[in-house]
Ligand binder design. Structure first.
Ligand code: ADP
Ligand code: ADP
Length: 229
């Protein structure tokens, strides 16, 4: 459940400038694919197309064999969890931010998700910005802590598909390793698409595709691609 397929996808934001020039790949349910490549190659565009933020010009995007054009925006959002590079939080408690998208979740479930993401101690606090207004409940969250909020939200949402768009690239090495461990926990058993700059951050992926100038330049396992470098 949660297989993703891009079939000969062509896409441009502006007709004069093609961004994806026939991209095809398959992620079997529960497997992890990594998309690497230079900045501007079209990696984030792939994530936007999966959410159907834009319509493709030709080809198709399928989830469990179903064309996403036939799926409502609402069910797409329910099916896909996203941990972006920079998580923007609502000016409300961390618990509220974690519960966002799963308003039916009990306090107990929210607490458990927060603990798994290692922000259990913060859930009644408010994120950055409102400190002056709220006094000691205000809390300035680091980049890594914001990522943990996004991870806790995703743990609670438990979507079949997970999209990690350079989720650890803005963090220092130590935090990156910790967040990576938390992400590994969330992605276990889910169809996962990891977007990354560097090959070294996606060692565990079942397949890696290298996107260059809107085309898949290479694909293979981490080891096979390293041998070619
Ligand atoms: P990557 O994630 O690989 O860095 P992107 O998918 O973000 O690349 O962008 C691919 C290309 O599309 C870039 O040249 C970028 O400038 C362009 N682009 C991205 N978003 C838009 C947009 N909304 N409108 C026009 N061009 C865009
Ligand atoms: P929810 O958090 O309930 O899933 P949102 O309306 O915040 O709903 O967004 C739906 C999904 O799309 C979220 O997982 C969000 O992280 C993701 N998303 C939002 N903006 C972008 C974007 N520009 N590119 C890719 N994914 C995005």
């Amino acid at each position: 459940h949660g297989a993703v397929e891009f079939r000969d996808v062509h896409f441009s934001y502006d007709p004069a400038r093609p961004i994806l020039k026939g991209v095809s790949f398959e992620v079997p349910a529960g497997k992890t694919i990594a998309i690497v490549g230079p900045s501007g190659a079209g990696k984030s565009t792939i994530s936007r197309l999966l959410f159907r933020f834009y319509d493709i010009q030709s080809g198709s995007v399928l989830i469990d064999g179903q064309d996403i054009r036939d799926v409502t925006q609402e069910s797409l959002r329910a099916a896909i969890g996203m941990v972006p590079q920079d998580t923007v939080l609502f000016n409300d408690t961390i618990a509220y931010n974690i519960r966002y998208g799963r308003t039916d979740a009990s306090d107990e479930e929210v607490k458990k998700a927060a603990e798994l993401a290692q922000i259990g101690a913060f859930i009644d606090r408010l994120p950055d910005g409102y400190k002056a207004m709220v006094g000691e409940r205000g809390l300035k969250l680091s980049g890594g802590e914001k990522q943990r909020v996004a991870i806790a939200r995703t743990i609670l949402k438990a979507p079949p598909i997970l999209m990690l768009d350079e989720a650890t690239s803005a963090l220092d090495t130590h935090t990156e390793q910790e967040i990576q461990a938390a992400l590994d926990l969330v992605s276990r058993g889910r169809t996962t698409i990891v977007i990354a700059h560097r090959l070294s951050t996606v060692i565990g992926a079942d397949e890696i595709i290298v996107l260059k100038d809107g085309r898949i330049a290479e694909r293979g396992t981490h080891l096979a691609l390293l041998r070619k470098e």
